[in-house]
Design a protein around this ligand. Structure first.
Ligand code: LLP
Length: 386
């Protein structure tokens, strides 16, 4: 089954562009609100790194979520569309003084701190402003996630977080700092995780760490488990909304929260991934030696995931109903990795047909580049093209 697209409206638009189904986005957000709302201490942050398109942000903002940011510019973008600073969490291994100062000036909710040198700098900069910075320590739980090696983050070998062995030392250090308030623990084990067992492993690890802290009479106010819930790239039509019921129930069942503790989530891909498609036109159909190529006008500059992670995205010819043939779908960029899919079955394809690359709402537009002096892709929403 193909997705449904307003092809008549597409005819007047220059390709490539991102098309966002904002009805699906709203439905997804409603499900997140409903399912997380079953538990009164769950708090949702949108991981803005997945997609910072302001058309989507203004819809997401209506849900009263917080935001997970990894740069000062993300904080600025979030605030510009009206997210409140007091719900912003700020992660990242390399926060600069300028970014920290910016976050302090706006009294963000919490810094997710990833090292001792960073903690010391935040303390100094907060002291200069006579402020108290709220911090959570990002602990590297050494839990592997069954996902692509480039997007697993919770292993000891990764650059992220503070090791479990160093946790107590860092907490002690922070308790002696005048301009730091230690409020929580933060975790994130990776992205595009489909196996709930990985989240259960994280819960078990957090339970152990909480026991260790409890033995020292420490109960943190906030536990943040990051993001990571995957989407079904193979079946964007059959599974347009991830299983948030199971996701939140898994945390509710396996994580032992102490009374008064709040559980924070940082969801990116699962919020916006399925609502976006990259729309391109076929420039040429070219016969190769043993194959045929559909050369489209979108490239790895518009969507880098296939080239960077060998990621699968479902590709559809949304103009043709003719019998399927097999194509390598490639872009115009001067790189042999500029390939969206090899040996893809598409309805027989002609110059000018529209090709939709599905499930491209997360880490698509936001990772676009201008290599080959190409312009950044435009975007349109279903609200705009009705
Ligand atoms: N929290 C932290 C600390 C993160 O590092 C990330 C993603 C998230 C939350 C959101 O994770 P999500 O819910 O989206 O899985 N560019 C890659 C994905 C990189 C993910 C980076 N961190 C891709 O295209 O697959």
């Amino acid at each position: 089954m193909k997705g449904t697209f307003p092809i008549n409206k597409f005819k007047d638009i220059d390709t490539p562009f991102y098309y966002y189904n904002t009805d699906l986005l709203r439905d997804t957000l409603n499900v997140i609100r409903k399912e997380s709302g079953k538990y009164n201490n769950f708090c949702i942050h949108y991981a803005i790194k997945a997609n910072a398109n302001t058309k989507l942000l203004s819809i997401i903002r209506e849900n009263d979520f917080g935001v997970d940011c990894v740069s000062g510019w993300e904080i600025e973008t979030a605030m510009k569309v009206g997210f409140s600073a007091n719900k912003i969490v700020f992660a990242g291994v390399g926060k600069t003084d300028k970014e920290i100062n910016f976050a302090l000036d706006h009294d963000i909710f919490c810094f997710n701190v990833e090292s001792v040198p960073e903690l010391e700098v935040i303390n100094q900069l907060a002291a200069r402003k006579s402020k108290i910075a709220r911090v959570a320590f990002r602990i590297n739980p050494d839990v592997g996630a069954h996902t692509h090696a480039n997007i697993t983050t919770g292993l000891a070998e990764n650059k992220f977080g503070i090791s479990m062995q160093d946790m107590n030392k860092v907490i002690d250090l922070s308790l002696e700092m005048n301009n730091i308030k230690f409020v929580g623990l933060h975790f994130h084990i990776g992205s595009q995780i489909m196996d709930m067992g990985d989240f259960i492993a994280l819960c078990n690890r957090i339970n152990e760490l909480q026991e260790r802290l409890y033995a020292r009479h420490i109960i943190v106010e906030h536990i943040n488990v990051g993001g990571g819930l995957g989407i079904d790239y193979m079946h964007p039509n059959r599974c347009p909304i991830p299983d948030f019921t199971e996701y939140f129930a898994t945390y509710h069942k396996h994580l032992k929260l102490r009374p008064q503790q709040t559980l924070h989530f940082e969801l990116g891909r699962s919020v916006v991934g399925q609502c976006g498609s990259l729309i391109s036109r076929v420039i040429y159909v070219k016969q190769g030696t043993n194959k045929q190529f559909a050369i489209v006008d979108a490239g790895m500059t518009d969507l880098i995931r296939p080239a960077l992670y060998q990621a699968y995205h479902k590709i559809e010819n949304i103009s043709s109903d003719e019998p399927a043939e097999t194509y390598d779908v490639v872009g115009p960029i001067c790189e042999s990795s500029d390939v969206f899919g090899k040996a893809i079955d598409l309805n027989r394809t002609h110059r000018g047909d529209f090709i939709a690359i599905r499930s491209a709402g997360a880490y698509g537009e936001i990772m676009a580049s201008q290599y080959n002096c190409r312009p950044l892709p435009q975007s349109y929403t279903s609200d705009e093209l009705r």
